[in-house]
Structure formats: C-alpha cells, structure tokens
Design a protein around this ligand. Structure first.
Ligand SMILES: Cc1ncc(COP(=O)(O)O)c(C=O)c1O
Length: 460
C-alpha cells in the first residue's frame, strides 16, 4: 500500500523540525496581521464553552478562529480587513459561493412573508418536480441537515427490509449518525475512537468493510441481514479515495442480489455535476441524500426514494402500529428553505455553472500537480469535479485504511496557516479546495502560486 513517510523524523517527505518551524513562524505572522481579531477572540469568544459557539471552530489550525466580517462570492473578509480567496466555502455548505445573488434575492423575498409555518408554500410546488428531474428519483422529503436526512433514510431502510444492520465503508462520514460511527482498526470492527458518551457497541448493528473491496462486500452481504449500504460515491471524508472502475456496478449488483438497499450520500460529491455523481455515472440508488449546499447555504437537506422503496414504505406505514415514526424535526421544510432551495436548483446549480467550476478545478489540479512535481514531493492530487485535494502522500489511495495512513495532520496544519498568510483559505480538514461558480481564474492562480511558495519553503 502507499503510505506517507511515517519515520520519526519526517512526515510526507518533510522533516518534522521544518514543519514545526513553519507552523510557528506562520502562526506568529497570522497573529501579527490580526490585532483586532486577536483582541476579540485571541482568548476565545466570551460565554461559549471552549471559547467557540461550535466546537469544530477550534479545529482550524490557525492560532485563533478567523473572525469573519463578511463573505461574498468566493471571498471572505475578516474584521481586520484581510480578504481571503475562499476555497473552503463552509466545507461545501457554500459550494456555490457565499450568498449567491438568486438565493439572496429569494431569502429577501421570503423574509417578510414568514419564516416557518409547518405548511408548504408555493415554492414547494416547484421543488418536488425539480428534484425528480435532476436526480431521477420519484419521491422526496426535506430535512434540515444531511445528518438528519441520512438518519431518516436509514430508518426507512430498516423499516421496510425488517433488517437491523447497516453497512458502511471504513473511513466514512455521513454526519453525526450514531449507527455509522464504526471503524476497522487492524482489520477489526470497533466503535470509532473518540465518541463522547457512547456506551453501545455499534458494531452489533453496523458492518464495516474497506471501500473498493468487492470480495469483502460479497461476504458481508451473504447473510442477508443488512438493511442498507450507505456510501459516498467517492470516499471524501478522509484523504480522498476514488472508486475503482467497476466498483459501483459491483456494489449495485451485490446489494440487489442480497435484498439490501443502497443509499448514496451525495452531500460532498455533488461537486461532480448538476445531478451529482449519481447522474453523471448512472448510479441507481434506492435512497439518495444531499445536504449542505442544496439551499445555497440555508440549512436544508433532501432525501429521495425509488418507486419500490416508496411503495414498500407506504405499505409499512399502513401496517405499523400508530405513533411517532422517530423522523422529522420542527423547522424542517420551512418556507425559507423552500425559497432558497428553489433558487439554488433553478438558477445556481446550472450546467453552465458546473462547466465553469469543472474547468477551473482542472486548472487547479494541474497547477498543484505541477508544483508537487517541481519539488519532487511524494504527494498527489485527487479531484471529483469541482472538489480538489492535495494529499501529502503518494497515491492514488484505494481505501480508508490507506487514507488514514496518508493523513499528515501536523504537516497539513502548517501548510494551512501558511496558505492563509498568503491570502488563501482551504478547508481545515484534509486539504480540501472547492471551486464555486463565483471563483475566478485569478483566485485559482493565486492559490497555485501560494502553494508553490509554501512547497518551496518546505522542500528547501
Ligand atoms: C458525506 C456527508 N454526509 C453527511 C454529512 C453531514 O452533514 P451535516 O453536518 O450538514 O449534517 C457530511 C458532513 O460533512 C458529509 O460529508
């Protein structure tokens, strides 16, 4: 397998001392450039546990979180007036740019007409058919987060198959969905390390195998006790792992043969195209989930069902004992979501925008690869449509175990802060970079130049 250099003295081909030096000097430069921010958040935001309103904000490698004044298009500005080319884009939530004009207009229009009613608005009339046409599934529901959409879809899968178990791929992330929180460690299924307050043995109801491992899939489905395989088309929540040729065909064939449903989670791979990876590569999921950018940054998600799932679910509902299904949240399917989602589907997630995103993402991929080659770094670049990642290890990676070994947190953190100091923001997790419709060629060029400058420092 490919692995990063895991010797004590170097990571990803770079000496540990050099990485530590870079992190320190870049951390210092970050602080110096932001006196106002440091005064306000250098010791944490008052009143919040851990000094942040959401604990992930402490996961950014910068010495303190960037205190944002505003964001527009693909640019984010902090309260010190520093403008950054934003390639993180809210880790996909703003994949179509910050406040896309059609979405901002729709929000303004809806703002004076009520924000939540637990009733549909006329925008909802348009959304159902838009989802049907775009993603090819006939029946839809709206939720507020991709986490919830996955939870609800898995519940339906268990209900209609009468099976308790689900199957996930090692290294996956589908939101904070309890039943998916398992890992393979030394080939053994275990609860994902680090879970807070989890006393259950999640491996009792979740099987976990490596991505791209067709033989393991066949074995895991053999007992016909798995309700659903939940999968991203590409493993994105580790260092990115692309599907082997034929893997998706085998996944569909084997799940069908075992009476197991297939849930495709497109929350990140919607970077592939207007209909996601599913449409581009002709996948045939029984259940489909998309969250994050589907309403242009307004919290919303959608989940879809095939005809077969829908009719079995309707039959199940007619026969189950009366009472709460365990699905739904009060603010889901509200008119603000409808307005923002309709504008996103009709005016933002267009083929023209995707063509542009794809074109610039190719340019970014080539530029970063050029830098890696120039400095002979043992790294590589992976891409799925508008989503690009540099990985500080040789590639391509084939599964979650390889992705785990390839992950180089200290090195990635140092590079992250160094890029911020050169005017570029990438995701705080696994070097992810997104191209939005608002991203310009000049911004891509600046990112390639900044990456080159940081690589030169590391390789010197
Ligand atoms: C593939 C995938 N599914 C689901 C989720 C959960 O999204 P949310 O945090 O909006 O619930 C994520 C979050 O990163 C994700 O990457």
């Amino acid at each position: 397998m490919h692995s990063s250099d895991t010797s004590r003295t170097s990571i990803g081909g770079i000496g540990r001392d050099r990485i530590a030096d870079l992190r320190e000097t870049e951390g210092e430069a970050f602080r110096k450039a932001r006196p106002r921010s440091q005064a306000k958040v250098g010791n944490g935001l008052p009143g919040f546990f851990g000094g942040v309103p959401m604990h992930w904000m402490n996961d950014w490698p910068t010495p303190f979180p960037i205190l944002v004044d505003s964001a527009k298009g693909a640019t984010i500005t902090d309260i010190d007036g520093i403008r950054l080319d934003d390639f993180c884009l809210g880790d996909t939530g703003s994949m179509f740019g910050h406040s896309p004009p059609p979405v901002a207009r729709a929000i303004r229009r809806q703002a004076g007409r009520g924000l939540t009613y637990m009733l549909p608005s006329e925008d909802a009339l348009a959304i159902g058919p838009l989802l049907q046409q775009r993603f090819g599934l006939p029946f839809w529901q709206i939720a507020t987060t991709a986490t919830d959409a996955n939870r609800f879809a898995l519940r339906v899968a268990r209900a209609i198959t009468g099976r308790e178990k689900i199957l996930v791929f090692n290294g996956c992330y589908h939101g904070s969905v309890d039943e998916t929180m398992v890992r393979l460690i030394d080939g053994k299924p275990v609860n994902r390390p680090g879970l807070a307050g989890e006393f259950r043995d999640l491996t009792r109801t979740a099987k976990v195998i490596e991505f791209n491992d067709v033989a393991a899939l066949e074995t895991a489905l053999r007992d016909k006790d798995v309700a659903c395989v939940i999968a991203e088309p590409v493993l994105t929540n580790s260092c990115m792992v692309l599907a082997d040729p034929g893997f998706h065909d085998a996944l569909r064939r084997l799940t069908r043969a075992a009476g197991t449903l297939l849930l495709i989670d497109e929350t990140h791979t919607i970077s592939t195209g207007p209909g996601g990876y599913t449409r581009k590569y002709g996948l045939e999921p029984d259940l489909f989930v998309l969250g994050k950018p589907i309403a242009g940054g307004v919290p919303a998600s959608v989940w879809g069902m095939s005809d077969d799932v829908a009719s079995r679910y309707a039959a199940y509902n007619r026969s189950k004992e009366p009472g709460y299904s365990g699905m739904g949240t009060t603010l889901s399917a509200n008119p603000l979501q409808f307005a923002a989602m309709r504008a996103t589907l009709e005016e933002v997630m267009t083929s023209e925008n995707y063509d542009r995103m794809d074109h610039l993402a190719r340019r970014l991929d080539a530029g970063l690869t050029g830098v890696i080659d120039r400095y002979r770094l043992p790294w590589h670049v992976a891409r799925v449509g508008a989503r690009v990642e540099f990985i500080c290890a040789p590639g391509p990676l084939r599964n979650g175990a390889e992705a785990e070994v390839a992950h180089a947190p200290e090195l990635e953190a140092a590079i992250h802060v160094a890029l911020v100091n050169r005017g570029v923001l990438i995701a705080p997790f696994h070097n992810m970079m997104l191209i939005s419709p608002a991203t310009s060629g000049a911004q891509v060029n600046r990112l390639i130049t900044a990456f080159g400058a940081v690589a030169a420092k590391l390789a010197a």
